[in-house]
Design a binder for this molecule. Structure first.
Ligand SMILES: *Cc1c(COP(=O)(O)O)cnc(C)c1O
Length: 369
C-alpha cells in the first residue's frame, strides 16, 4: 500500500495515479501522507534534507545530491523584534529552489526519464539545471528572448540547453507546455514532487526550534513553491501530533506586482503590472493562486505588499550587516515591518531566500543610488 495519496486541488479530487505520471501540466497536484511523521524515524546520517527521506516520495541517492538542506536557523533583529531567519541563500545553487529541484529530479530518475524541460529564467531554472546535470539527465530550459544574459550564464554553464522564445513570459510558458506533451515537464509550478522538496523547510524549522511550531512564518509569495510546500510540511507535522498548532503563514508580494494580495483583498485585479526589484516574486498569473489564498485564510495569516523603497532600504541594511542577499529576498524581510504591526506574536520565522552573488550588477546599481 502506498504511503501517500496524490490529490488535485484544482479539480478537488483524489487521483491514485495521474493519467500518465509524466503529465503534470493540468491541475494543481499535491501529495498527502498516510505515514505519520515520527522523530525516531529521521535518518540523521543522511545529508541535508534527506534526513527526512522517510516522508519523501523518492529514495535518497548519492547520484543527484549535493548535500542540500538543513540550512542554519539564526536569530536576528529586524524592526525592533527578534526573529529566526533560515539561511536559504546557502544552497548549492544559491536559493531554496534546490529543495524542490533535488526531490523532483530524483523522481524523474526513478521514472526512467532521460530528458526534462522547464521554463524559468531565474533560480528555479538554475536549480533544475544543476540537479539534472548532477544526475546525468539532459535538460532544456525555455526562457523569454528578452531575459538578460546575466541570469542565463549559470543555467547554460550547467550544460542545459537554452530555448529562447519570442514574446513575453506567457509565450514561453505556452512553448514549454507544448513541448511537455512529449517530454517530462520538470516545472516548479505544476510538478507535485517539487512541493515535496520544499515542505522540508517546515520539518527543518520545527526541528531546529526544538520540535515547536513558530507562531508565524513570513514567506515570499510568487508562484507559491515555498508557501505551499511549507504549509504541507507543517500540516503533516500537525496531523502527526509533532506540533500542536499551525503557524500563521504570511505571504509578501511587491506592491508593483501583487495579484495574490489583490485577489485575497477582493479588489479588482489589474492586468497591468509594473517592474519591481523583486523579480523572483513578480508573477502576474500564479497558477496555484487559489491554493495559496486558501492557505493564507486557513492559517489566519495575511498577504502583505512592500514598496520599491522598502525593498531597497532593507537590502542595503541586510548587506551592511553582512548578509549578501538578492533584492527579491529583501522584499520578504521588508514585509516584516507590517507583519509585526498586524500580528502581536512571539515566535517568528522568516528566511533569506536567495544569494546576492548572482545579482551583483543589480545590487551595484542599487547601493550607488
Ligand atoms: C522563487 C523565489 C522566490 C519566490 O518563490 P515562489 O515560489 O515563486 O513563491 C523568492 N525568492 C527567491 C530568491 C526565489 O528564488
Amino acid at each position: 500500500m502506498s504511503e501517500y495519496l496524490l490529490l488535485d486541488y484544482q479539480k478537488r479530487k483524489r487521483v491514485s495515479e495521474p493519467a500518465s505520471i509524466l503529465d503534470f501540466t493540468d491541475g494543481n497536484f499535491y501529495f498527502e501522507w498516510k505515514e505519520p511523521f515520527s522523530i525516531e524515524k529521521i535518518n540523521t546520517y543522511l545529508p541535508g534534507l534527506w534526513r527526512y527521506a522517510k516522508w519523501l516520495p523518492v529514495d535518497f541517492s548519492q547520484f543527484n545530491t549535493m548535500g542540500e538542506g538543513y540550512t542554519p536557523l539564526i536569530q536576528l533583529k529586524f524592526f525592533g523584534k527578534e526573529i529566526f531567519v533560515k539561511q536559504e541563500q546557502l544552497f548549492p545553487t544559491g536559493s531554496y529552489k534546490d529543495r524542490g529541484a533535488s526531490v523532483m529530479i530524483r523522481a524523474a530518475i526513478e521514472q526512467g526519464v532521460k530528458h526534462i524541460i522547464q521554463d524559468s529564467s531565474g533560480n528555479a531554472g538554475c536549480a533544475v539545471a544543476a540537479y539534472a546535470a548532477r544526475a546525468g539527465i539532459s535538460c532544456e530550459i525555455f526562457v523569454p528572448e528578452s531575459t538578460s544574459p546575466d541570469k542565463l550564464t549559470q543555467i547554460a554553464a550547467y550544460g542545459a540547453r537554452l530555448n529562447k522564445i519570442k514574446g513575453d513570459r506567457t509565450a514561453t510558458a505556452k512553448a514549454a507546455l507544448q513541448a511537455s506533451k512529449s517530454h517530462y515537464y520538470a516545472s516548479h509550478c505544476y510538478n507535485p514532487f517539487f512541493y515535496e522538496g520544499t515542505k522540508t523547510f517546515a520539518f527543518e524549522t520545527v526541528e531546529q526550534l526544538g520540535w515547536k511550531a513558530p507562531d508565524a512564518v513570513v514567506l515570499p509569495a510568487g508562484n507559491g513553491t515555498l508557501i505551499i510546500g511549507a504549509y504541507l510540511g507543517f500540516k503533516h507535522l500537525l496531523s502527526s501530533g509533532v506540533i500542536d498548532k499551525m503557524p500563521r503563514i504570511i505571504g509578501v508580494q511587491a506592491r508593483n506586482c501583487a495579484p495574490l494580495f489583490q485577489q485575497w483583498k477582493g479588489v479588482e485585479t489589474s492586468s497591468q503590472f509594473e517592474d519591481t526589484l523583486a523579480e523572483g516574486i513578480a508573477i502576474p498569473f500564479p497558477i496555484r493562486a487559489k491554493q495559496m489564498i486558501a492557505i493564507i485564510e486557513e492559517t489566519k495569516g495575511a498577504f502583505i505588499t512592500v514598496s520599491e523603497t522598502q525593498i531597497k532600504d532593507t537590502l542595503r541594511a541586510c548587506i551592511q550587516n553582512g548578509f549578501y542577499i538578492e533584492p527579491t529576498s529583501a522584499a520578504t524581510i521588508a514585509g516584516l515591518e507590517e507583519a509585526f504591526e498586524i500580528f502581536n506574536k512571539k515566535n517568528w520565522v522568516t528566511l533569506f531566500s536567495g544569494h546576492g552573488l548572482k545579482s551583483s550588477a543589480k545590487i551595484n546599481a542599487l547601493i550607488n543610488t
